[in-house]
Design a protein around this ligand. Structure first.
Ligand SMILES: NC(=O)c1ccc[n+]([C@@H]2O[C@H](COP(=O)([O-])OP(=O)(O)OC[C@H]3O[C@@H](n4cnc5c(N)ncnc54)[C@H](OP(=O)(O)O)[C@@H]3O)[C@@H](O)[C@H]2O)c1
Length: 331
């Protein structure tokens, strides 16, 4: 495999996780020219023997990360502690680590950033913020030209789905939550979504990108949607408004604030028409005005597509493109 990979100019990838996101990622990567999957690590390999060739299945993700053929590790698992250990090891080895695990990155940004700097490695996590919507990539590219002083958005599809059902059908929170759970838009334990934690992690990752490092947060406030009653929604409707869980991330020269709360949104607001499980994010720049991105903020394929997008932006990919251009030019 080593010689085959090198001879064919293929880049070897390690995948960790084969759940909702990992399965979609495995399918997308298998169709991507220029790459080869060196292995897939999961917690219970026996569950995956029908969909992954046995020679690719691993129980020990560290073996795969340590494999010297592997240059990029893509991870989508639901275990924060394990995810952190895998990320640290891959970065220590100078590899690129692409993850969808927002909680892990949000809680350990400083450690991971130190590893990146110390070992010349790269951590990419666009998939962790609003799935297929390229929020962090767009921020990175605009920040090269001008400061982005505010980001405002609907960052959680579960909350938006529940609030949309409450508005459309004039039902209460519990009934809308049950409907969301039965259709797979909410987990059996919905607290991370409905209590605002998931939105907070994403807001923190956005703030970090806006500031290009650890943001000097002067105020963080977040609440979820459990307290939103059908009476609140009816009152909003009477005034031609909708209630949305809106995250506001503001940067000024001396302070940085994150504010997440259920908000009455007017019909003229870009967020008013963002319904169901969709997410939307508005960026405000000094010269560009307001730019709003809208799309699928979660789900296997949308999230995996953001990870593939990160893969296209790895330092290794930039090097390969440079080599191709040089070969074409004969320099
Ligand atoms: N689902 C989404 O729409 C979405 C969107 C954005 C971000 N994310 C994030 O992406 C991550 C994965 O989400 P998911 O929905 O795909 O989860 P999931 O369906 O529960 O799948 C988790 C996968 O991780 C594997 N796993 C767990 N612990 C492991 C370990 N220590 N080593 C190796 N593999 C391990 C599991 O293996 P077994 O199958 O063998 O048990 C499983 O394949 C989470 O951090 C989530 O927050 C998810």
């Amino acid at each position: 495999m080593n010689t085959v990979t090198k001879a064919q100019g293929l880049q070897a990838l390690a995948l960790i996780g084969h759940g909702t996101v990992g399965k979609a990622l495995y399918q997308q990567l298998n169709k991507l020219p220029g790459y080869v999957i060196a292995g897939v690590a999961v917690k219970h390999p026996e569950k995956h023997s029908a969909s992954i060739p046995p020679e690719l299945l691993h129980r020990n993700a560290m073996d795969l990360i340590n494999d010297e053929r592997v240059t990029v590790v893509l991870e989508a698992i639901d275990d924060e502690a394990a995810s952190l250990e895998y990320a640290k090891r891959a970065l220590e080895l100078g590899k690129t680590y692409i993850t969808a695990s927002k909680k892990m990155v949000a809680n350990h940004m400083e450690t991971l950033h130190l590893c990146e700097n110390q070992f010349g490695a790269k951590l990419l996590y666009d998939a962790a913020v609003c799935g297929a919507i390229p929020v962090l990539r767009t921020l990175h590219s605009h920040l090269k030209a001008e400061p982005i002083h505010a980001v405002r958005g609907i960052l959680n599809g579960t909350c938006n789905y529940i609030l949309s059902r409450m508005w459309n059908e004039e039902i209460g929170f519990e009934e809308a939550l049950e409907a969301a759970q039965s259709l797979g838009f909410a987990e059996s334990d919905p607290s991370s979504d409905v209590d605002g934690h998931d939105t907070y992690y994403k807001a923190l990752l956005i703030a970090r990108t806006m500031h290009s490092g650890t943001p000097p947060l002067s105020r963080v406030q977040f609440e979820g949607i459990r307290q939103v009653s059908s009476a609140d929604v009816s009152a909003a409707k009477k005034h031609g408004q909708k209630i949305k869980l809106v995250a506001n991330i503001q940067q000024s020269p001396d302070k940085f604030t994150i504010d997440i709360r259920p908000t009455n949104v007017e019909a003229g607001d870009a967020l008013y028409h963002v319904d169901g499980a969709l997410n939307a994010v508005s960026l405000e720049g000094l010269h560009m005005g307001t730019l709003t991105l809208q799309g699928l903020g979660a789900g296997g394929h949308p999230t995996a597509s953001a990870m593939v997008g990160d893969l296209m932006n790895t330092p290794q990919q930039a090097l390969l493109t440079l080599r191709k251009v040089r070969a074409q030019l004969g320099v």
